[in-house]
Write a protein that binds this ligand. Structure first.
Ligand code: HEM
Ligand SMILES: *[C@@H]1O[C@H](CO)[C@@H](O)[C@H](O)[C@H]1NC(C)=O
Ligand SMILES: *[C@@H]1O[C@H](CO)[C@@H](O)[C@H](O)[C@H]1NC(C)=O
Length: 336
């Protein structure tokens, strides 16, 4: 039974990738230095291999799609999409996995390892770990019901990591909206990209520690966040007490937690965004609020903007040509 469902998942994923691939004749301009056909001759089966392992992982753990999507974001925001996130600490390298945004919450690294091992068996030293993250993010979105897009490829892997970059460049859940907008702008991403990409929080989980402040003492006056629905706050408090339970998990979108849809924006309109950084999109700027309303009303536009913006995010400072390397193991540089 289980095996049957699993292979059906894999076949569906492969078919979808094939359809997307055959559509890839659009303008190359938006792809920057990257190219969707990059592995066409060197590893024609690369996309199918990634999709089938993501499909299997998603079948075994319904949260995994969210976790893989987040890895692409946390990779791209630190020194560009170069798989710096995937390096373990070793020698002079201090792993980004130790940074505040990643420690105790970034997951999915074993799935990336499994994809890398399968790709090394099929086409040794060919497909980068950074491209694995970009493909896995797309497949994860498609498998949870979201939009598909053509993934520009040809990124290479970094020779180092930046735990400091990870702490500073990835927005925190209690950052103000202006700070968040600035952090996106530093990556070349605008407010449409910001509001569309945050729609990723339509799937996946957050730990209590990432939003506790909102439940008890948002601004230091001993009161909960005024922009958090009172009954939602009451639902959250039992498993997210004033102290303890830091690691307890909550759905970012409790209405349709495993479905990539526009429910996230509907939640924001009801003051039921889980993180402060989610709700401020509605409450702290008319421009972002207008986009929240647009996406809440029209899922197709959300999907279109999401696909465009994640391709843009995937183009952040890639290493190409002779820069970086193709790692054999995503956790280590080749010669260390
Ligand atoms: C202002 C920007 C953002 C902030 C402050 C933010 C913050 C967070 C936080 C605090 C969590 C929960 C971590 C925990 O367990 O405590 C989370 C989860 C998640 N984030 Fe974001 N995020 C942002 C943007 C994005 C973007 C751009 C994406 C994808 C393109 C993304 C995808 C996800 C996903 C899918 C999860 C769930 C992961 C899982 O269940 O394993 N986030 N985010
Ligand atoms: C944001 O959260 C961090 C980590 O919990 C905390 O150290 C910091 O004081 C918070 N910042 C604000 C403005 O509340
Ligand atoms: C709320 O936070 C402020 C500033 O961090 C602190 O002085 C105060 O004691 C806190 N109040 C409560 C009720 O926890």
């Amino acid at each position: 039974m289980a095996g049957q469902a699993m292979s059906k998942q894999g076949a569906m994923a492969a078919a979808l990738v094939a359809v997307l691939f055959s559509l890839s004749s659009a303008s190359p301009v938006q792809w920057g230095q990257l190219d969707p056909h990059f592995y066409e001759h060197s590893c024609p089966q690369a996309q199918q291999i990634v999709a089938s392992i993501v499909g299997k992982a998603h079948y075994q753990d319904p949260r995994m799609a969210a976790s893989l999507l987040r890895l692409h974001f946390h990779d791209c925001f630190v020194k560009g999409c170069d798989a710096s996130l995937l390096l373990d600490s070793s020698g002079s390298i201090v792993s980004e996995k130790r940074s505040n945004p990643n420690r105790d919450s970034a997951r999915g690294f074993e799935v990336v390892d499994e994809i890398k091992a399968a790709l090394e068996a099929a086409c040794p030293r060919t497909v980068s770990c950074a491209d694995i993250l970009a493909l896995a993010a797309r497949d994860s979105t498609v498998m949870t019901g979201g939009p598909g897009w053509i993934v520009p490829l040809g990124r290479r892997d970094s020779l180092g990591a930046s735990v400091q970059g990870s702490n500073n460049d990835i927005p925190a859940p209690n950052n103000t909206l202006p700070t968040i907008i600035t952090k996106f702008k530093l990556q070349g991403l605008d407010i449409v990209d910001l509001v569309a990409l945050l729609g990723s929080h339509t799937i996946g989980d957050s730990r209590c520690t990432s939003f506790r402040q909102r439940l008890y003492n948002q601004t230091g006056n001993g009161l909960p966040d005024r922009t958090l629905d009172v009954s939602y706050a009451a639902e959250l408090r039992p498993r997210c007490p004033r102290s303890g339970g830091d690691q307890n998990l909550f759905f970012l979108d409790p209405v349709t937690p495993f479905k990539f849809d526009n429910q996230y924006y509907k939640n924001l309109l009801a003051y039921r965004g889980l993180l402060s950084s989610d709700e401020v999109l509605l409450t702290d700027s008319p421009a972002t609020a207008e986009l929240v309303r647009l996406y809440a009303a029209n899922q197709d536009i959300f999907f279109q903007h999401f696909a465009q913006s994640i391709v843009k995010m995937g183009n952040i400072s890639p290493l190409t040509g002779v820069n970086g390397e193709i790692r054999k193991n995503c956790r280590r540089v080749n010669h260390s």
